[in-house]
Design a protein around this ligand. Structure first.
Ligand code: URA
Length: 236
């Protein structure tokens, strides 16, 4: 081991060593740099650890959630799927039958179309984050009540804080209304950039609707261009 390295190790371990005075200042400044590096590594490890702990707590809370009666209807609650630090966060209304069975958002027929739309934007499905306002399947395919939305938003708020997306996509009217706390129909909400706690938000037509009305895909494609532009150039 080199003499300099040996001295640095000894100093880090707190063992005092006598060295010539001029050599001392060189070692001291190197040590200072090492400490800055060690501190930042330590911090990174701490942030990483607390991040995965927060995800774990959130996942446990959603999985065991009994905040409203919708829980009685589920096979399982769905937290979300994808890159937990994605630039793009897709938020739908609630899982359907297929999602409830398979335990992942947007994996049914409409989910497949959404996955194609994500690919058409130049992204892999795994690179974005997908979730829903409501984490459990809603009975009789009705819209969620305001109470159910409010109870479930607690989880979504935490997810948004953890993911820190650059742009949120509200997929369909249920999601757009809940995220923007408005009663306005999607026709009035799509086609422009909104903000939710300073994060740009674009509302798009639900892929289930696009499967029924394929001619509307063009409108959605334009909305997706707005999202891509937002990512590329930011918004003022
Ligand atoms: N529709 C949604 O809004 N979310 C899903 O996960 C599936 C269908």
């Amino acid at each position: 081991m080199k003499e300099r390295t040996r001295l640095k190790f000894l100093a880090i371990m707190g063992i005092e060593v006598w060295v010539p005075r001029d050599y001392c200042s060189v070692i001291e400044s190197e040590l200072l740099n090492d400490h800055v590096l060690l501190e930042s590594l330590e911090k990174e490890r701490y942030v990483g650890a607390s991040d995965s702990r927060n995800w774990q707590v959130l996942t446990d809370n959603v999985t065991d959630c009994r905040r409203c009666t919708v829980c009685q209807n589920r096979v399982q609650a769905l937290v979300g799927e994808g890159n937990s630090h994605a630039d793009l966060m897709f938020i739908g209304g609630a899982p359907d039958e297929t999602e409830d069975q398979l335990g992942a958002p947007f994996v049914g027929q409409s989910g497949q179309l959404l996955t194609e739309m994500i690919r058409a934007m130049g992204w892999a499905r795994e690179a974005v984050y997908l979730t829903n306002i409501i984490k459990c399947k809603i009975p009789e395919e009705r819209d969620p009540t305001q109470f159910e939305v409010n109870e479930c938003l607690v989880y979504l708020e935490q997810q948004i804080k953890l993911v820190q997306p650059k742009v949120i996509l509200a997929v369909g009217e249920v999601a757009a209304k809940a995220l923007l706390a408005t009663d306005s129909p999607l026709s009035q909400l799509s086609g422009k950039i909104h903000y939710r706690n300073e994060i740009p938000l674009v509302a798009i037509l639900h892929p289930a609707y696009l499967l029924r009305e394929p001619l509307e895909k063009r409108k959605t494609w334009l909305d997706l261009q707005v999202v891509l532009n937002c990512l590329k150039n930011g918004v003022n």
